[in-house]
Design a protein around this ligand. Structure first.
Ligand code: FES
Ligand SMILES: [Fe+2]
Length: 321
């Protein structure tokens, strides 16, 4: 249980751990997420797999020196081999494999050029929903991904709640009036469709923002106004203190290539600036389980009700959210 928050830093759900192109065939990467050490590897069949990192034999970290042979990972210390289910399938110097020679396997989903892991307290929680495939990914009408990354001292809950905190858009981000929003909840998906206006150096910009939130690990923000742009925001708990925040950007091409590049750069810089304005608040704020909400605050209460589905009952203190 995190000391700053009345709920776990590691809710249930899909969380991004790498971009697909960071993991070549037969590649191995050590991961540190959810307060755990994990190993990510890609078999020669191209499938990405994630296991607990420490070998049950004598504790070596498979992500540091482990190598992939066919679709298995071999421990660098004494050569024990593990398949994608976490079972030990070979010990080079022993005929019998101890029955307990197993590593926890973590469900993996690779979509949109990203690798996601399903986090849950134990293996009895199977994923109940899928990472969505985004239409803009690899579409010729949209630019290739631009990427930015931050390590933020907060909890994924604070970051996602921010999108539902309507009033802060005026005070933190320079919106010139409270956005008009419509919210829709459907299982792990929470959608907010807003119409808003921002004061920018180029004048007042009117536009629509559609935010689709898939649990705590992923939200997409689509902007339609002067330009069309998409931000894929992926949030992954590192431990009880920090969150790995990745923003992936793409914009719809306009006929002039230079104009597209300019628009894409402005879109990215503006979104990064807005995020950094939020980070300054998040890193120092206190989470209030019972905030003093008033008219115009937006659907924060509704968001917190929806959020409960991602907290295992055992990790949620009574009246925590
Ligand atoms: S520690 Fe992994 S094989 Fe010995
Ligand atoms: Fe914000």
């Amino acid at each position: 249980m995190s000391s700053r928050f009345p709920f776990t830093a590691n809710p249930i759900g899909w969380f991004m751990v790498a971009y697909s192109d960071e993991l070549k065939p037969a590649g191995v990467m050590p991961l540190h997420y959810f307060g755990r050490k994990l190993v990510l590897f890609r078999g020669q069949d191209g499938v990405a797999r994630v296991l607990d990192a420490h070998c049950p034999h004598l504790g070596a970290h498979l992500g540091h020196g482990g190598c992939v042979i066919e679709n298995n990972i071999t421990c660098p210390f004494h050569g024990w081999r593990f398949d994608g289910s976490g079972s030990c399938v070979g010990i080079p110097y022993a005929k019998k494999i101890p029955p307990a020679a197993m590593l926890r396997r973590w469900p993996v989903s690779e979509k949109n050029g990203m690798i996601f892991v399903h986090h849950a307290p134990d293996e009895s929680y199977a994923p109940t929903w899928e990472v969505p495939a985004l239409a803009e990914h690899e579409s010729q009408a949209w630019t290739g991904y631009a990427r930015r990354r931050w390590r933020v001292r907060t909890n994924v809950h604070e970051i996602v709640e921010n999108a539902f905190d309507v009033a802060h858009f005026c005070f933190v981000h320079g919106a010139i009036r409270l956005p008009e929003s419509k919210v829709t909840m459907n299982g792990p998906l929470f959608q907010v469709n807003s119409h808003t206006a921002f004061d920018t150096p180029a004048g007042v910009m009117e536009g629509d923002i559609d935010i689709d939130t898939y649990g705590f690990g992923l939200f997409t923000a689509r902007y339609r106004g002067l330009i069309e742009g998409l931000i894929i925001a992926s949030l992954t708990p590192i431990d009880d203190e920090f969150v790995d925040v990745r923003f992936t950007f793409t914009v719809k091409r306009v006929p002039d290539e230079a104009a597209t590049a300019f628009v894409a750069q402005q879109f990215m810089e503006d979104a990064c600036h807005q995020l950094e304005q939020d980070i300054a608040v998040w890193e120092h704020k206190r989470f209030l389980a019972r905030p003093l909400l008033c008219e115009g605050d937006g659907p924060i209460g509704l968001f917190r009700k929806w959020a409960r589905q991602f907290y295992p009952v055992s990790t949620l203190r009574a009246r925590a959210i």
